[in-house]
Design a protein around this ligand. Structure first.
Ligand code: C2O
Ligand code: CU
Ligand code: CU
Length: 511
């Protein structure tokens, strides 16, 4: 059987971000090349055979990103982005969430299968400055690359822009047996793709760059590094790529057309490796790639690009020969049989700019938009009706679960969509069907992951309920959060500026 190698970005070209009115093309920075920052692994406070204990601190600091003044940045257990947090499947995880910022935040575990809404960490679980809160849950899902990010509505985008986003890695025995590189920082790297604009004195200015269709910057930032390179010392390298940008899509390819294999998607290892020369990743998605540098020699350099701009350079050094081959099949096909008698749930994403909505409505924190019985497997049919001027691609995300993609407009999903996903991008005029199950009860958000769209109201929430044990939830209200933000930032509530508010104001609505 000949191996199929995809040389296609799959998504509809007229809907790529390059066609946005406000598109900001990436430009190669003139800053000197620097070694890629590899976040340290967060040390547990304590670990036993059954439990892991962590403290995660949101903090403010500064980072030398460019020559000259340092940039004010935020991060988890560090000044920018954060340390990589590792959970072992099967363990009970205890985390103290501490807020050392000057304003409230929340700690959202994107991709983690946990009860909502408080452990999940969306807008209903604020931690105020100087305070902390404790969560615990059992980690019971396949090995995967997930992430932690701030989620205080409607300021998620701004806090992520400041730097509150960090990789989370789940490990398990299945992945551990596969012939994949996993020597962290040597042949296994998180690659967090973001973009920023640098203003006076090398500072970021979210408000100055604000765009209701998603804030972009012209400079690529990878793991908080501008113009990074990696020293390649092994033949095979694993890249755990996260699109951690607020809005930007990355069209990944190597400058010389080097082929690479994708072995995992958002929720873990895919049933089969898929080979690419080009792949597009949209906001919040994770793709794990194995790159084989077999044909290169000491002194060579090859670059991972997005469109025509280098993101990461790979400086090849001598390495030992590695004959490991990826098998044709990595894991069994994941299964999720639809629960008989359940109806298809329709979700419509519409609009752009301030008009974005889900099912014609803007997000309301205290409104539960849908309900689904815990444990049921239900088909969701997600439409993107936004076809104005070519339309745009909306990355649709659900909290607290990993789903399976069934079809795109009735056809097979893309080649790399056969594994667990928590974010799926929908083209204009397309309807994507997915199979969704919640393993825990709770209230969960679902939304477009262009973060300004989510803050602007392209978000809704669903209750996963157990008819035998009905629950009520204390849902946060917007006034409480807004008044707190105003107070913490020493402004009158009426002078408070948060990006997402503009979308509500311009539509003449209250949040
Ligand atoms: Cu990345 Cu509401 O989540
Ligand atoms: Cu999420
Ligand atoms: Cu969107």
């Amino acid at each position: 059987m000949t191996k199929q190698v995809y040389d296609d970005y799959f998504f509809d070209e007229p809907a790529w971000n390059t066609h946005d009115g406000g598109y900001v093309p990436l430009e190669e920075s003139t800053a000197p090349q620097q070694k890629l920052r590899v976040p340290a692994i967060l040390e547990p406070d304590k670990e036993t055979d059954t439990d892991m204990y962590y403290t995660v601190i949101a903090e403010e600091g500064e980072t030398q990103l460019l020559p000259g003044p340092k940039t004010k940045t935020w991060g988890y257990n560090g000044a920018l982005l954060g340390k990589t947090i590792v959970f072992k499947r099967g363990k009970k995880i205890h985390i103290t969430l501490k807020n050392d910022l000057h304003e409230l935040t929340t700690f959202h575990w994107h991709g983690l299968n946990v009860p909502g809404p408080y452990i999940d960490g969306g807008c209903h679980a604020p931690v105020y400055p100087g305070e902390s809160s404790d969560i615990e849950f059992v980690c019971d899902q396949p090995a995967a690359t997930l992430w932690l990010h701030a989620h205080p509505c409607p300021s998620t985008a701004q806090q992520v822009w400041h730097g509150l986003a960090t990789p989370v890695v789940v490990t398990d025995d299945v992945e551990a047996k596969l012939p994949l590189p996993r020597n962290y920082g040597v042949d296994d790297f998180p690659i967090v793709l973001q973009d920023r604009n640098f203003h006076e004195d090398n500072q970021w200015n979210y408000q100055a760059d604000y765009d209701p269709d998603g804030v972009q910057g012209k400079t690529a930032m990878i793991n908080g590094t501008i113009n990074p390179y990696i020293d390649v010392t092994t033949q095979r390298v694993r890249l755990r790529v996260l699109d951690g940008a607020n809005r930007r899509e990355f069209r990944l390819h190597f400058n010389d057309g080097l082929e690479f294999a994708q072995v995992a998607s958002d929720g873990g290892i895919m049933p089969k490796p898929v080979y690419f020369k080009k792949v597009m990743i949209t906001c919040a998605e994770r793709d794990e790639f194995i790159v084989n540098f077999e044909g290169y020699h000491d002194g060579d350099e090859v670059a991972l690009m997005s469109d025509d701009v280098p993101l990461v350079r790979f400086r090849i050094h001598s390495f030992a020969k590695d004959d490991t081959k990826l098998s044709e099949r990595l894991i069994d096909d994941p299964e999720l049989p639809v629960t008989p008698g359940t109806d298809v749930r329709h979700v419509v994403m519409s609009g752009m700019d301030e008009e974005v909505a889900i099912d014609g409505k803007k997000f309301e924190m205290q409104r539960i938009d849908a309900r689904q019985k815990v444990g049921d497997v239900v088909v969701w049919d997600i439409t993107n009706t936004n076809d104005m001027v070519g339309g745009m691609i909306h990355p649709f995300h659900i909290h607290g679960t990993q789903f399976l993609v069934v079809s795109r407009n009735g056809h097979a999903p893309y080649a790399n969509e056969h594994g667990w996903k928590d974010t799926v991008s929908v083209n204009p005029d397309e309807h994507v069907q997915i199979k969704v199950r919640f393993e825990y009860t709770g209230v969960y958000m679902y939304h477009c992951h262009i973060i300004e769209h989510e803050d602007g109201g392209m978000m809704a929430q669903i209750e996963s309920f157990d008819p035998e044990h009905p629950k009520t939830y204390k849902l946060m209200d917007m006034d409480t959060l807004m008044n707190a933000f105003a107070k913490e930032n020493n402004v009158d509530p009426k002078d408070l500026w948060l990006g997402g508010m503009e979308s509500y104001d311009k539509m003449g609505m209250k949040m």
